[in-house]
Write a protein that binds this ligand. Structure first.
Ligand code: ACO
Length: 305
C-alpha cells in the first residue's frame, strides 16, 4: 500500500480478496474530497498488487455510502475552483474510469444507505451483492440538482429507461429486492448472509483464469457500443491477445484437463489453476477435482461389478 496513512479508506487483504471500505461511518460514508483522493490512490495500487485477485468495495460501519458529502464536496468547494476540479477529477476517475476498466474482478457489497453519487461506483463494478434492507435513493431531485457527474448516464445504461426515469425523477427510496428486480444489482440477500454471499462470489471469480476473466469482462463491456462487424473483429483480436503473457496457458490447459486428463467438465466448473489463491482450511482446487474424478470412477466400477 501507499506509505501515506489512509484516514477515509480502510483496506484489508485476505485470501486474495482486498476489502476496500469507505471509512467515514459517522457521516454515513458520504464522500469528501479526501476520501476521493484516497480511493483513487488505493484502487491504483491494488490493481497491480500481486496479493490481490478480487476487489470488494464496501462501507465501514454498515453503510455503503450516503453519496457526495454535501458540505465538503459541494458547499465548501463553491469558492475554490481549483480544489473543486481536483476533487471532481479524482471522484470521477475512481468511481468510473478505474472501476469500469479494472483489470481484476470487482464486487460492491452494499448495505445501509446507497445514495446519489454512490450509484457511480455501484454501476461501475462488475457485480453487486446487497442486503435486503439497504436503502437505495437517487436523492438529487429531492435537494435541488440532477443526478450529475455520470450518474444519469450510468444508471440509464444499467437498468431499463422506465425504471431509471422513475427513480431519478421521483427520488423515492427502494430496497435490495427492488434493486434486484430492476437489474441494478445481482443479488439481494438477508443481511446475515451478505459477507458469505460476497465471499462465495469472489471465490468463484478467483477460480477462473485471470487472463480469460479480464478479457471477458472487458469484451462484454466494449461490444455494447460496437456493431456486428466491429464486434467480430474486436473479439477475434481480443481472443488472440489473451494468449500473450497468460501464465496459466489457459486455452491449452483447459483443453488438456478436459480432453486428456478428464479431470473436470467445463459446463459446470473452471479448469484447475496452477496459481490458485489459497482458501483457508480447504484443499487446492486441483486436488479437489482429482479427488472428485477418482471417487466418480470408483462408483462407476462398483456399479459395473
Ligand atoms: N453529506 C454530508 N453529510 C452527510 C451526508 C451527506 N451526503 N449524509 C449524511 N451526512 C451526515 C449528517 O449531516 C450527519 O452529520 P452530523 O452528525 O454532523 O449532524 C451524519 O452524517 C449522520 O447523518 P443523519 O442524517 O443524522 O443519519 P441518519 O441515519 O438519520 O440518515 C441519511 C442518513 C438518510 C443518509 C441522511 O443523512 C441523508 O439523507 N443524507 C443525505 C443523502 C444525500 O442526499 N446525499 C447526496 C446525494 S447527491 C450526490 O451524491 C451528488
Amino acid at each position: 500500500m501507499a506509505a501515506k496513512k489512509l484516514e477515509c479508506v480502510k483496506v484489508e487483504k485476505k485470501n486474495g480478496i482486498a476489502w476496500v471500505l469507505l471509512n467515514r461511518p459517522e457521516k454515513r460514508n458520504a464522500m469528501s474530497p479526501q476520501l476521493h483522493f484516497e480511493m483513487d490512490e488505493t484502487l491504483k495500487e491494488l490493481e497491480t498488487d500481486p496479493e490481490v485477485r478480487c476487489v470488494v468495495i464496501a462501507g465501514n460501519g454498515g453503510y455503503f455510502s450516503a453519496g457526495q458529502d454535501l458540505k465538503e464536496f459541494f458547499r465548501e468547494n463553491e469558492k475554490n475552483p481549483r480544489g473543486r476540479k481536483a476533487a471532481a477529477e479524482a471522484a470521477n476517475r475512481w468511481r468510473w474510469e478505474r472501476l469500469y476498466k479494472y483489470d481484476k474482478p470487482t464486487i460492491a457489497m452494499v448495505e445501509g444507505y446507497c445514495v446519489g453519487g454512490a450509484f457511480m461506483q455501484l454501476c461501475a463494478v462488475d457485480f453487486v451483492v446487497a442486503a435486503n434492507d439497504t436503502v437505495f435513493s437517487l436523492s438529487e431531485v429531492n435537494w435541488g440538482i440532477l443526478p450529475g457527474a455520470l450518474v444519469s448516464k450510468v444508471v440509464s445504461d444499467t437498468i431499463l429507461p422506465r425504471h431509471a426515469l422513475y427513480y431519478a425523477c421521483l427520488g423515492d427510496p427502494f430496497d435490495g429486492k427492488e434493486a434486484e428486480r430492476i437489474g441494478l444489482i445481482n443479488f439481494s440477500v438477508p443481511k446475515s448472509q451478505l459477507v458469505s454471499k460476497t465471499v462465495e462470489l469472489a471465490q468463484k471469480l478467483m477460480a477462473k483464469s485471470p487472463a480469460v476473466l479480464r478479457a471477458t469482462k472487458h469484451a462484454v463491456r466494449q461490444v455494447r457500443t460496437m456493431d456486428f462487424d466491429q464486434s467480430y473483429d474486436y473479439l477475434a483480436a481480443k481472443g488472440q491477445a489473451i494468449k500473450v503473457g497468460d501464465t496459466e496457458d489457459s486455452y491449452n490447459t483447459g483443453l488438456s484437463q478436459f480432453l486428456d486428463e478428464k479431470s473436470y467438465k467445463p459446463t459446470f466448473e473452471p479448469f484447475a489453476l496452477k496459481d490458485a489463491p489459497k482458501k483457508s482450511g480447504k484443499k487446492s482446487a486441483k486436488k479437489a477435482v482429482k479427488k472428485a474424478a477418482k471417487k466418480k470412477a470408483g462408483k462407476k466400477s462398483a456399479r459395473r461389478r
